[in-house]
Design a protein around this ligand. Structure first.
Ligand SMILES: [Zn+2]
Length: 690
């Protein structure tokens, strides 16, 4: 379990819904690939020195409206994601029809169970009955520990908090128990707490949605309305006591080691002993309590809310968690609120896509084995090794020349950089799924058994040595991440494809694509969060006080800069939504560092080839192609609802500001496009951390 520690390059927009009709006739088609460098995407009527994002992406954005089953549509991440999904679907479909190995039979059956919507319809709510009965039998709010333990033991949803095993922030060689806040059904605590007209309206619609879902589950409309009110009251109380995403980004705010007995005193009315026993976690004397205040408040809530309210809350969460895999009536209502109202999605995602995603999530290192054989040749790994080495060298060079850092801290930074580990493509050793039982005619049973399997896998790490070779992303994933406890950067095979990674194109474009992605991940080790961990992955200050102060002045510059950018413009009486400069600080720092060090690595590469940054291809200089290649990764359309939602929950800035924010902080951009000092993309003063 990770709270907010992993930092990746991209966050998928709100989860898309399952298309849930037997007559779902959408047949998969092979999606078109984006070009690594696309002249047709460019809006030549725009001035690159005024709005580079509009220049690099304007035509693409105009000509590529968001498809009905998407809420965010990007030239690189979305199209490559669609392609990888399609290729994986081909493999799953073949395995479902005629498996050639035990493993293929296992993931083929998992996929087939998901596709069988006729059976879903026939079973109705029956697969949830055991969980609903347990909830109904609750006699006393003080028995919530037993209820949650039993629900989790059978793989049903148990919402109140997250419990799992993770590396100790202060001793990364140890794997310890950790617990933290959870329990909400809206995307963020602000949805419960903000007083604006927009959120008041969303809350009203949410209560109506809960009422409808529980009516579908068989309750009278009057009872369902009472239940919805209780759900809203409990979730609002939990939201009030939840730590904000921004505060959780700071490692010290989520690190509080407690003796088990002291932790239990925070919530004396919740029987943790029975809960821990039910979920079969091994013995531990201490644990990390990420959000102690939440657990204190939970006790007041248990004492205050009547048992009927708790039953409503758990009943709602059980139906809600399964909604995408229940009959069409449930599915449609879930889609109408979560996807349509909250995210602006026009139509459900085709079933084949969602079953592909579901199977990849559950059995990723099983399906990934065949996938990488076909789509990730060994030569690609060797090329990536070289690129990563080039980027690490650039950051090393950059550290040496930093004007604000003392020599002692430079040395410590270089030591940390030397210890960064790289994981590229896919795991050396695949995870075993032998213990996961899959039945072709039991979708919800499979999901439940998988929940148990995944939990036992996680809890099995307690007290064991850390395995540096484990992966947290599946091979076809289009993403990359940095893990500060491991001090490693991870690039699944899924992102090591065109348009990110393309050796048929000139190095400038390739460095603007995958080069910046690599630079971004390495820089995460040195952003406001990552820089608090040392090279061994331990939370320990390695900067001098003087350097930390200078560092924070520089990050404050980015907080103010990005905090001024608009994620969504004002509309009618709904005010504009600005970005949260503190929430996005780590990602913005990584973007800025990544753009700078990939550029330096490109200069080295060109020099070695006897070329210069001013040489031209197709009318653009190498430097211009580099910045265009970078910007075109981020060409992106999104619904207004998602733009507003992501501004609250996503630590990444939207595409426009990932491009314009970084180029205006990097003078080489202004020089490459012959801008005049003082133009928006070539300002007189700008922010720089690394
Ligand atoms: Zn990132």
């Amino acid at each position: 379990m990770k709270f907010t520690r992993l930092t990746c390059i991209f966050l998928l927009a709100a989860s898309a819904a399952f298309a849930q009709t037997a007559a779902d006739s959408t047949k998969p088609t092979a999606p078109a690939m984006s070009k690594s460098f696309d002249l047709a995407a460019i809006d030549t009527t725009a001035d690159p020195c005024t709005d580079f994002y509009q220049y690099a992406c304007g035509n693409w954005n105009k000509n590529n409206p968001i498809p009905g089953d998407q809420v965010r549509w990007g030239r690189s991440f979305s199209l490559l994601g669609e392609r990888n999904r399609y290729l994986l679907w081909e493999e799953l479909e073949a395995a479902a029809k005629s498996p050639k190995s035990e493993l293929q039979k296992q993931f083929g059956d998992y996929f087939a169970a998901c596709m069988n919507t006729d059976l879903v319809e026939k079973k109705g709510l029956a697969p949830l009955e055991p969980a609903l009965k347990r909830i109904d039998a609750l006699k006393d709010a003080k028995a919530l520990g037993t209820l949650m333990g039993e629900l989790e033991a059978e793989g049903s949803s148990a919402p109140l908090f997250n419990f799992g095993v993770e590396q100790d922030d202060k001793d990364s060689t140890k794997q310890i128990a950790s617990v933290g806040q959870s329990g909400l059904s809206l995307p963020d605590r602000d949805y419960y707490l903000e007083d604006s007209k927009r959120f008041v309206e969303i809350r009203k619609q949410y209560v109506e949605h809960v009422t409808k879902m529980l009516t579908l589950a068989g309750d009278t409309p009057e009872k369902a309305a009472q239940e919805a009110a209780a759900v809203m009251e409990i979730e609002t109380a939990l939201a009030k006591e939840s730590t904000s995403r921004t505060d959780l980004r700071q490692p010290e705010n989520r690190y509080h080691i407690y003796a088990v007995a002291d932790f239990e005193k925070l919530t004396p009315d919740f029987d943790y002993a029975v809960y821990f026993k039910d979920i079969k976690v091994g013995h531990f004397d201490t644990l990390n309590v990420a959000t102690p205040n939440f657990f204190k408040a939970l006790n007041e809530l248990i004492a205050k809310e009547p048992v009927e309210a708790w039953k409503s809350y758990f009943r709602w969460h059980t139906v809600h968690a399964a909604a995408g895999n229940l009959p069409k009536a449930f599915f449609d209502e879930n889609f109408a609120f979560y996807e349509k109202t909250l995210a602006g999605q026009k139509e459900p995602t085709p079933r084949w896509k969602q079953c592909t995603i579901m199977t990849d999530r559950a059995l990723g290192e099983a399906v990934g084995q065949d996938w990488v054989k076909q789509y990730f040749p060994p030569a690609a790994k060797a090329s990536m090794d070289k690129l990563v080495a080039a980027l690490e060298k650039s950051l090393g060079d950059d550290i040496k020349t930093l004007p604000w850092m003392t020599d002692a801290t430079k040395k410590a930074a270089e030591e940390k950089l030397a210890l960064v580990r790289n994981k590229i493509g896919y795991p050396e050793k695949w995870r075993s799924y032998a213990a996961l039982k899959v039945e072709r005619e039991d979708l919800i049973g499979n999901l439940r058994r998988n929940a148990v399997f995944a939990r036992e896998w996680n809890l099995g790490h307690l007290g064991k040595p850390v395995d540096e070779k484990e992966w947290d992303m599946t091979p076809p994933t289009v993403n990359a991440d940095y893990n500060p406890s491991m001090n490693d950067i991870n690039f699944p095979a899924g992102i090591l494809q065109p348009p990110f990674f393309d050796f048929t194109i000139d190095p400038a474009v390739n460095f603007g694509g995958i080069g910046v992605v690599i630079g971004h991940e390495i820089t995460h080790g040195f952003d406001d969060e990552g820089s608090k961990y040392d090279g061994k992955g331990n939370l320990r200050e390695w900067q001098t006080a003087e350097d930390r102060k200078a560092f924070t002045e520089r990050t404050d510059c980015e907080v103010a800069e990005y905090g001024g950018f608009e994620a969504a413009a004002a509309k009618g009486d709904v005010p504009a939504q600005k970005l949260n400069g503190k929430l996005t600080l780590g990602e913005n720092t990584a973007d800025n560092g990544g753009l700078r060090i990939a550029y330096m690595a490109l200069l080295d590469t060109l020099a070695a080839q006897g070329k210069t940054i001013d040489d031209k291809i197709d009318g653009y200089s190498e430097g211009q192609r580099y910045f265009l290649g970078f910007a075109q990764v981020w060409c992106q359309n999104q619904t207004e609802q998602v733009a507003r939602q992501m501004a609250l929950v996503d630590p990444h800035s939207p595409g426009r500001w990932r491009v314009n924010g970084t180029v205006q902080n990097f003078d080489e951009f202004g020089k490459a496009f012959h801008c005049t000092k003082g133009q928006p993309m070539y300002p007189v003063s700008s922010c720089r951390v690394w």
